[in-house]
Design a protein around this ligand. Sequence first.
Ligand code: KG4
Ligand code: ZN
Length: 352
Amino acid sequence: MIVLGIETSCDETAAAVIEAAPDGRWHTRANVVASQIAIHTEWGGVVPELASRQHVRDICGVVDRALADASLGWTDLDGVAVTEGPGLVGSLLVGVSFAKAAAWARGLPLVGVNHIAGHIESLWLAHGPLPLPAVVLVVSGGHTSLYLVPEAGVYRLLGRTRDDAAGEAYDKVAKLLGLGYPGGPLIDRLAERGRDDAVDLPVTRLTHPDRNAPDRDPTFDFSFSGIKTAVLRHVRQRQAALGVDTLPEPEIADVCASFQRVVVRTLLTRTFAAARAHGAGAVGVAGGVSANARLRRELESRGAASRLPVFVPPVSLATDNAAMIAAAGLRRFARGELAGDRLNAVPSLGLG
Ligand code: KG4
Ligand code: ZN
């Protein structure tokens, strides 16, 4: 089966073609991403209205390019998969409208895909079947959620952030340090030059149940707004003490390294605790923040120490892309979960 995937949930317009071979393995025939970073950098973050307008401009060209890269035409496709949520409503609507129109015009079956399920499936797309049950952390600019995957294509939510996503905290800390957007890769690079014990920053542990999910064990939830505020307070204090607007570069590197140490430790401590609690056979980390160098190193060493195989996607599948959406779509096609003509964008679509 050959599926066209379409992703427009935030600020990347993406299309990809994935083929499921008769032996069940997935092969990437094309994976095209038109990034809007240059547009949003000017504003220090994603501007939803600009994002949706740019998706409208880019979607046709991106899909044409994906088909050309795969050396395929519309008649070679067996289905279309599109992100239905979660995400920005205006952005999602562009992909959903395009996919519905294309599927209808070509008589192709259509499935709606949860963006977070796409991030989880990026691990299966990159590595083939993971040992099960697996515990997977999805960590990006919009999400920080921990899942148990008891069988392929089944996702059970174990915990999630109560406030900021980890990537969002990276972006906000980078902004207050005057580094630019997106902050993750910039902090990652600067942190390599700093001392990670230079600044004492708090680790937030949640002990009270989430009001929205009182039955869920709170120990696997996350919170990143406290550390962001602590960095802000530290930076303002140092700026006042030195009488400067911008801290000297070695101090900025120290802040980046200290922030990164606490964030990575928090993410991985909870992930491995969940893996132990659920007898996992593998640990995966997906989403934009999984591109982080320190996170990848610590994941390897913790995996080795716990004798658990660990998995991260390559960077091209870690940040938003449509290959992961086509892969998650293949799961839905296999189960016959087709979308009707009422498929719509669902900005706060949940998973598990
Ligand atoms: O998955 P993604 O492309 O979009 C969302 O679904 O949000 O993730 C983007 C996020 C941004 O917050 C960005 O700062 C972060 O991933 N990111 C990183 C790194 N590369 C991207 N964070 C930390 N270290 C990185 N190397
Ligand atoms: Zn994402």
